[in-house]
Every structure is written in C-alpha cells, then in structure tokens.
Design a protein around this ligand. Structure first.
Ligand code: NAI
Length: 342
C-alpha cells in the first residue's frame, strides 16, 4: 500500500483507499499520451489504485513497452496497450475516466500558449474519438494550454452532440499541490493538514491561489502573500528552467493527476465527500470556464463551491479582476479554433 502519498482531506481519503486493496470497485481508466513524461509515472500511480480494474494506455509510439513493464506489478488492474489512431477507439470502449496528457510540453522561454497550435489539434482529434466511443466518461484534460484546450474539448463534444459540462475537467490539481507545499514550507506547517484553494485558470496570472482561504488559516504579511502567489504562478516555469530543455513538470504533474483520478473514482464509487479544484464550465464569474473548488459526485460536478469567491482580500479581488481578460481571451481562442474546423 502507498502510505503518505497524498496530503489534506481529499488525499487522506485516498490513502485510506490505497490501504484497503480489497474492493469491489472496478473502473476502467484510459490514459492518452501514456508513453510521455507525464503519462508513464501517471500510469504507474493509476496502476496502484485498488479502484481500477482495467488500465488502457494509448500513445502514437512507445506504449507497448510501458504497458508490458507496468503489467508485471501485482496490483489488481489489467494493463493494455494501444498504438496509433487505428487502435484509439478500442482503447476508449466502456472507459469511465479518460486522462489526456498527450501533446508537447514547454521548453525554456515558452509560454503555455506557445503550445497552442500543436496541442489544440491533438486534443481536438482525441476528443472526437472520446465523443464517439465513451461519451459518458469523465474527461481530464492535462494538455496545455488548459485554459484553451478545455473550451476546445467542450466545442468538439457539442459538435458531436454529447457535451456534458459536468464531466469535462481541466486538471489544475498541480496548482493546488504546489500551493499546499509552498505554504507549508513558508509557515512551517504540517503538510498533510494544508489545503489552499486555487481558482481562475492554469497559466501565469490566471492561476490565483486564495491564500486567505487556506486551511489551516494562517496569517501572512502582504509581502508573504505576494511572494507565495508569484511562486505558485511561476512554479511550472521554475521546473521548465531547471530541466533546461528536457521538458516541463512530469513527476509532480503525474502525482497531481493521479490524485484527481482517484478523487473521480471515489466519486463514481458513491463517496459523497469528494472535493477538488478543477477548471470547468462555471457560472461563478462572467467567464464560461473557471477553476474553483467543486464537489464531485457520480455524475461529475455536483456543485461549484461559490462561497470561496466571497469575502476575498483586496489583493485577491484585484488579482481576480486582472486575470479575467487573459482567461477570456484564451477561452475565446479555443472556441474560435474549434468552430473554425467545422
Ligand atoms: P511529453 O512530450 O513527454 O509526452 C507527451 C506524449 O504525448 C508523448 O508520449 C507523445 O508521443 C504523445 N502524443 C503526441 N501526440 C499524440 C497524439 N496525437 N495522440 C496520443 N499521444 C500523443 O510531454 P509531457 O511532459 O508528458 O507533457 C504533456 C502535456 O501536459 C504538455 O502539453 C504539457 O504542457 C502539459 N502539462 C500540463 C500540466 C498541468 O498542470 N495541466 C503540467 C505539466 C505539463
């Protein structure tokens, strides 16, 4: 059993499920882009889950070896590999959760938006196949720029007549994971207890950690808030620069994505106490998509937690207003891309 892997309330529950390998749950998970930097460690972590009975790994190359390797782990799920477009439909049949880390990552000096041209096409093509083969699945989008790829996925699903806004998620869990880690380090807190909601989007200033809403509640000076906020917003770039051309966050991302998968599976399994932050269709602001804390249930997003945006500090209010134009433009860029294709 994996002990101490995840932290905070959601993660404590995950730990519990990892320690009870006896379960009747048997969900089918597909990872698209499974041979990549994120895909491989993510596949490993999902292979550890007692809630998964089948793990389908898809990539355009190199996925056979990854699947053969993982299949030797003596955890319950059966691992299968699928290579190339002709095998994608089979990979997606009867899948409950589809996770998409397919695409190119950033290199030093690049923004997430610089990835748009390549990744927008990849996400569009993959979602078309998801729509045709597992329209009821929870869809987790990791491929950047998430602020645009999620609206693209929504448009494609609408074009196919199968869009369920409650089941499409942009994965922003890594922003929460980073916020928790950095706040705990800064204030010398026990990591497992720390939980910081992060709202907005998943790029630069659109990432807005609500430090005033952190649990446990901590007192921070204006300088500390500024310093932590900037570090959380630039944490992805910190990794891109440290890797110096060899890619972006993969291990911490896989960890974060695995947490979001596990939360989704617990929700599907009837756990009525599952909360995560994610970038979803939302009426919390005047923007059509917005990341915030959500309650997850069997049918996907059960509710968007609106109380967290009330009573923000002046700093947070300003940052919220400042992020809206950029997030709006990224959403519109995604929608325009998807509509142009029809
Ligand atoms: P990588 O290049 O190591 O892996 C990407 C994988 O996708 C490769 O195995 C590649 O063969 C595969 N791929 C490419 N085109 C494909 C297609 N049409 N169908 C299926 N698979 C395809 O990249 P890495 O580091 O795994 O990053 C993947 C994506 O995740 C990038 O877009 C990156 O920006 C994003 N990312 C998102 C984060 C988030 O917080 N949401 C954090 C870190 C990265």
């Amino acid at each position: 059993a994996l002990k101490g892997t995840f932290s905070s309330k959601a993660q404590k529950q995950t730990q519990r499920s990892y320690t009870h390998l006896q379960t009747n749950a048997s969900y089918k998970v597909a990872i698209l882009g499974a041979a990549g930097g994120i895909g491989q460690p993510l596949a490993l972590l999902v292979k550890m889950s007692p809630l998964v009975s089948e793990l389908n790994l898809y990539d355009i190359a190199n996925v056979k070896g990854v699947a053969a390797d993982l299949s030797h782990c003596n955890t319950p799920s059966k691992v299968s590999d699928f290579t190339g477009a002709s095998e994608l439909a089979n990979c997606l049949k009867e899948v409950d959760v589809v996770v998409i880390p397919a695409g190119v990552p950033r290199k030093p000096g690049m923004t997430r938006d610089d990835l748009f041209n390549i990744n927008a096409n990849i996400v569009r093509t993959l979602i078309e196949c998801v729509a045709d083969n597992c329209p009821d699945a929870f869809i987790h989008i990791i491929s950047n720029p998430v602020n645009s790829t999620v609206p693209i996925a929504a448009e494609v699903l609408k074009q196919k007549g199968v869009y369920d806004p409650k089941k499409l998620f942009g994965v922003t869990t890594l922003d929460v994971v980073r916020a928790n880690t950095f706040l705990a380090q800064r204030k010398n807190l026990k990591l497992i207890d720390v939980d910081v909601p992060v709202v907005g989007g998943h790029a630069g200033i659109t990432i807005l950690p609500l430090l005033s809403r952190a649990k446990p509640s901590v007192s921070l000076t204006d300088e500390e808030v500024e310093e932590l906020t900037l570090r959380i917003q630039n944490a992805g770039t910190e990794v891109v620069e440290a890797k110096a051309g060899a890619g972006s966050a993969t291990l911490s991302m896989a960890y974060a994505a695995a947490r979001f998968v596990e939360s989704s599976l617990r929700a599907l399994d009837g756990d009525s106490d599952v909360y995560e932050c994610a970038y979803v269709e939302s009426d919390l602001t005047d923007l059509p998509f917005f990341a915030s804390r959500i309650k997850l249930g069997r049918d996907g997003v059960e509710s968007v937690i609106s109380s967290e945006l009330q009573g923000l500090t002046e700093y947070e209010e300003k940052a919220l207003e400042a992020l809206k134009p950029e997030l709006k433009a990224s959403i519109e860029k995604g929608v325009a891309f998807a509509q142009k294709q029809t």
